[in-house]
Ligand binder design. Sequence first.
Ligand code: IFM
Length: 466
Amino acid sequence: MRRRTLLQTGAAGLLVPQSARSQPIRDTALRLPRDFVWGVATSACQIEGRGDRTADSIWDTFARIPGTIADRSTPDIACDSYRRYPQDIALMRRLGIRAYRFSISWPRVLPNGVGQSDARGLDYYSRVVDALLAAGIEPWVCLFHWDLPQALQDRGGWADRASADWFVEYARLMSSCLGDRVSRWVMMNEPQVHAVMGHGLGEHAPGLRDRQAMIAAVHHLNLAQGRALAALRAANARLRLGTVMSLQPVRPDGGGAADREAAANWDAMWNRAFLDPLFHGAYPERFAALVERLVQPADLAQIRQPLDFFGVNYYAPMYQRADPAGLVGSSWGATPSGLRSTALGWPIDPTGLIETLLDLRDNYGNPPVYITENGAFFKEPAGPGGRIVDLLRIRYLRDHIAAAHRARILGVNLAGYFVWTLVDNWEWSHGYSATFGLARLDRATLARIPKASFGWFAAVVRGGRD
Ligand code: IFM
C-alpha cells in the first residue's frame, strides 16, 4: 500500500495531505469568500539583483561594510528577477493567486533620487506590470521597501525634511508611468522597521545608531506617506491607495511595572507613532514629546489621509523589558517559555494577529485590511531530489490563515492575505541564510524549486473558497 504523508495542523486537528496540490482543502478555517484576495509579496532589493541599475541604494552601500551581513553577501544577484521575472510570474500562475505585491527600486528609476529618470528602469516595471496583467494577476506596487537611493542618503536621507518632497516627486513619476494599468498603490512598507532598525539600532541600512535621526525619520516617513497619498489621489482618482505597516503586539517580558512601562513605550514608538498620525492626525502621548520640535503646523493634517486599504505585515508579538540604555527605555525581552519560535527566534503566536486586527477594528475605524505579509523561516534541509518538505512553514501559514479567518468572524474588515514570500531571497542583514520562500532558490543555477508549502498554498488558494 502506498503511504500518504499526513500533516496534523492547528487546534482543529485537521489532516492535510502533503501531496495534494489540487485537492480541495477541507479545513473550514481556511475557507474564505470567493472575492478574498490571495497573493504573495516580494521586494525589489531582495529579488531583483542589480541588472543594469547604475546607482546604489543604501543597502548596496551597507552590505559592503564588513560585518553587516551575516553571510557577507550583497544584493547584487538576489534572485535575478530583473531578468527572470517571467519565471516568477509562471510560479504565481501555478499558485493561482490573484495579486502580487512587489516594490520599485527607487534608484533604478531615479539614480539621483530626483531629477533625471532612467528609461531602462521604468521600462522594466512597465514590462513586469504588462506580464502580470497578461497572467491575470493584479499588480500591487509598493513605492518604498527600504532601498533609498544612496544619493539621497548622502543628502541626509529620511532624517532630512526634504525627503518628503523627494518621495512625492518619485511617487508622481511612478504613478504617471504605471497608473494607466496599476490601480493598487502601497506608499511604504514597514516604515517602523526602516526607522528603528536602520536609524536607531544600526542593524539595517543606513546603519545609524542615532536616536535623533530615528525620530526625524519617523516623522518624515509619515509626512512623505501622507503627502504622496494626497498627491496621487489628486493626480488620478481611479487609483486605490494604501500603505503597509509591520504591526506587532508588544508585551512585557516580566510581570513588573518597569517592564510594563517599557512595553508601553516601545508600543508607542513601533506601532502607534505610525498608526495614530495616519488615522487620527496626532502622535501618541508617549511619543509626542520626542517628535514635537519637528512637527510644523500643517504636518499632522497632511499625514492624516483617507485610505482605500491598509496593509498589515504580521509575523510575531514582541517582548520588551526595561532598559535605561534602550532607545525608549526598553530593549528586547525573552520569548516566554512555552511559545515555539521560528529559526530567527521569532515567537510563533497567531493570537497576536487576531489581537492586531481587533486593534484596527476597535481603535482605527475598522479600515479595509489586507494581511500583506506573513510567513516564516525554519531550518529546512533538502530531502531526496532536493525537495523541501517544509511542514513547519505549512503549519505556521495554516495557523495564521485560521487566525485571519477568526478575525473576520469577529468583524474585522479583512479582504486578503499575501504570503511572504514567493522564492527564497536576499533577507537583508541575514543575506541568503534566512529563507522564507514557498520555493527554494538554487543559488548556483537560480532555478526556483517549489517546496511542499507551495503546493499546499496553491491548494488553499484553489480549494479554500466558500
Ligand atoms: O523580508 C522581510 C521583508 O522585507 C519585510 N518584512 C519582513 C520580512 C521577513 O523578515
